[in-house]
Ligand binder design. Structure first.
Ligand code: NAD
Ligand code: DAU
Length: 349
């Protein structure tokens, strides 16, 4: 049994990952989350009493707290989801992306290095306890944008374009440096766009579903022909679980399910499923520096770790739309708060 520190576990992917782990393993999970606008404990209400789960409210940049969590719960595994994750927000307010995504990662790496070192806090020792592992949950956006052809492999050079993706690429480089310099047992995962339950409605799919439900216009950036490679969040979680169990130290694993779709295709599909009209589509000013296309080559994780996605896009998106339609209370609570002023600033100015 492992003692896993999941950071950012109250967010979209982190909360799905905690559900996945509690359903499929006996590991003990400590969820460290500072509950920013994107953190929502309602995502985990059904597991709050689970004996294998504990929530700690706190910031990954808080050195003392992170150190205490490692010690108090004998943490042997870290899965770092905690991040500022929205590209549009990073264009408006980049600084917090650097402090959380870069400095926060460094704080976690330092705590792991100190607490897992067999010789205590010896700066130069590269000897670690058996069975410890640090997993950095990164993104395909660190590779930049693709043209019409090609896919991202693990050896594609990093070429991030937004403050968000630069912060994630910087964190990846730090993780690599802790592995190379100090021998810390680290693995990096880089996944494509996720969709599924509990996603904050600032992101394309839940935003369009919510606007459709409320008969509001659907803001499509630029010509809507940008391509993303979609993966159901549960498949992302099973991939991380495979990396946790079998991923080789010092390696990067791309995660994706070969589902390239243009944004406008997704928007039209949501309109059809919810029974609205294409007249709701409004083409708006493009995102500055908008990456045109992402596509993941998943050969390494499928062939080396035996992972494969379980959802087809058609099944996954249909279930996802149904989930949001049947969880209107969850959505209504979110959109009545800070979201209103965010939406106004982002789309009505
Ligand atoms: P999210 O924005 O839904 O959740 C982020 C969580 O981190 C929230 O619960 C928030 O409260 C918490 N958090 C933020 N700053 C924190 C801090 N300083 N200390 C502690 N907790 C903090 O994000 P998500 O979409 O679930 O993404 C999770 C991770 O996966 C991120 O690292 C992101 O870069 C990566 N990722 C996301 C996608 C995607 O499609 N959403 C794809 C690939 C990789
Ligand atoms: O590729 C992985 C990344 O996917 C993750 O690292 C990020 O955390 C996650 O936010 C996501 O980034 P994107 O920028 O691709 O996701 P987003 O949902 O913001 O946008 C998806 C596409 O839809 C993108 O081309 C922009 C477009 N879009 C988005 C919104 C919110 C619109 O056209 N209109 C919108 O209102």
């Amino acid at each position: 049994m492992k003692n896993i520190l999941v950071t950012g576990g109250a967010g979209f992917i982190g909360s799905n990952f905690i559900h996945y782990m509690l359903e499929n393993t006996d590991h003990f999970i400590v969820n460290l989350d500072s509950l920013t606008y994107a953190g929502n404990l309602e995502n985990l209400a059904d597991v709050s009493d689970n004996k294998n789960y504990l929530f700690v409210k706190g910031d990954i940049r808080d050195k003392e707290l992170v150190d205490k969590v490692f010690g108090n719960y004998s943490i042997d595994t870290v899965v770092n989801f905690a991040a500022e994750s929205h590209v549009d927000r990073s264009i408006v307010e980049p600084e917090i992306f650097l402090t959380t995504n870069v400095i926060g990662t460094q704080t976690l790496l330092n705590a792991a290095k100190k607490n897992w070192n067999l010789r205590g806090d010896d700066k130069y020792s590269r000897e670690y306890k058996q069975g410890v592992k640090y997993i950095q949950v990164s993104t395909d956006e660190v590779y930049g944008a693709l043209g019409k052809e090609g896919m991202f492999t693990e050896t594609t050079p990093l070429s991030p374009n937004s403050p968000y993706s630069v912060s994630k690429a910087s964190a990846d480089m730090l993780v690599k440096s802790y592995n190379t310099t100090f021998g810390l047992p680290c693995v990096i995962t880089r996944c494509s766009n996720n969709y599924g339950p509990f996603q904050f409605p600032e992101k394309l799919i839940p935003l369009m579903i919510n606007n459709c439900m409320n008969n509001k216009s659907l803001p499509v950036y630029g010509d809507g022909m940008q391509i993303r490679d979609w993966l159901h969040v549960k498949d992302h979680c099973s991939a991380i679980a495979a990396v946790l169990e079998k991923g080789r130290i010092g390696e990067v694993y791309n995660i994706g399910g070969n589902n390239e779709k243009a944004n406008i295709e997704i928007v039209r599909l949501i309109i059809r499923k919810i029974g609205r009209s294409d007249n709701l589509i409004t083409y708006v000013k493009d995102r500055p520096g908008h990456d045109r296309r992402y596509a993941i080559d998943n050969t390494k994780i499928t062939s080396e770790l035996g992972w494969s996605p379980s959802y087809t896009f058609e099944q996954g998106i249909a279930e996802t739309i149904d989930w949001y339609l049947s969880h209107r209370e969850w959505m209504d609570k979110i959109i009545s708060g800070e979201y209103l002023s965010y939406y106004d600033k982002m789309y009505n100015t």
